[in-house]
Ligand binder design. Structure first.
Ligand SMILES: O=C(O)[C@H](O)COP(=O)(O)O
Length: 247
């Protein structure tokens, strides 16, 4: 028996459109992003993949994307499980900064180290910064776990407890699971599933609003490495655009 997992990055956000590092800042979708979410839901219908349960982050762009996609698929009624562990990577002091200006100011190597290295986080964000989440009530229970910056290694470490105790039990119960999340929290899941090396994960980019479907065996191993995008050509083009952000 295989288990179906659908990974969906939120549609284009207001800060994707402005090319700003976003991380935990809770920006909304653009109209284009809303359209991508609906189209993603339609792709699921066309492929006959109907989620039974949805997992999202605590961030508006993922929550709204999940709602719009599921509404388009007439699945707006399925159970929802939310966790901060699916949030975007906390981008530290880069939150709110322009990606192009950051590249110009710090150079290619530093920019790519901050953006795609496995274990080097950007400098931490001060709690007094306008883009800090230190006083945000939705994270009030996190205490010392509230990040001030994260690298992908950190994201994997905080994502895995939700994967193990939230997503895997739903898959094992026979549910088709939709995870609506973010570029880097989904890169963390894909790295975990596909066993991608710490170096090679730098080259993996996830496009907005495109369902990525994995069939998993009983050990939660993918039957096809990398899963499959329902629209592979559009996904490859959009992933290349993500890779080139800042240029
Ligand atoms: O938080 C962000 O800025 C984006 O959602 C992901 O950005 P990245 O592709 O630069 O890591």
């Amino acid at each position: 028996m295989t288990h179906t997992l659908v990974l969906l990055r939120h549609g284009e956000s207001e800060w994707n459109a402005k090319n700003l590092f976003t991380g935990w800042v809770d920006v909304d979708l653009t109209e284009k992003g809303r359209g991508e979410a609906v189209a993603g839901g339609q792709q699921l219908v066309d492929a006959g993949i109907l989620p039974d349960v949805v997992h999202t982050s605590l961030q508006r762009r993922a929550i709204t994307t999940a709602h719009l996609a599921l509404d388009a698929a007439d699945r707006h009624w399925i159970p929802v499980r939310r966790s901060w562990r699916l949030n975007e990577r906390h981008y530290g002091a880069l939150q709110g900064k322009d990606k192009k200006q950051t590249l110009e100011q710090y150079g290619e190597e530093q920019f790519m180290t901050w953006r795609r290295s496995f274990d080097v986080p950007p400098p931490p964000l001060d709690d007094s910064d306008d883009y800090s989440q230190a006083g945000d009530p939705r994270y009030a229970d996190l205490g010392d776990e509230l990040p001030r910056t994260e690298c992908l290694k950190d994201v994997i470490a905080r994502m895995l407890p939700h994967w193990e105790s939230g997503v895997v039990p739903d898959l094992q119960a026979g549910h088709t699971v939709l995870v609506a999340a973010h570029g880097n929290s989904l890169r963390a899941i894909v790295k975990h599933l596909d066993g991608i090396s710490d170096d090679d994960i730098a080259g993996l980019n996830i496009p907005t609003g495109m369902p990525l479907v994995y069939e998993l065996d009983d050990e939660m191993r993918p039957t096809v490495t990398g899963g499959r995008y329902l629209d592979p050509e559009a996904a490859a083009e959009a992933a290349a655009a993500v890779a080139n952000q800042g240029r």
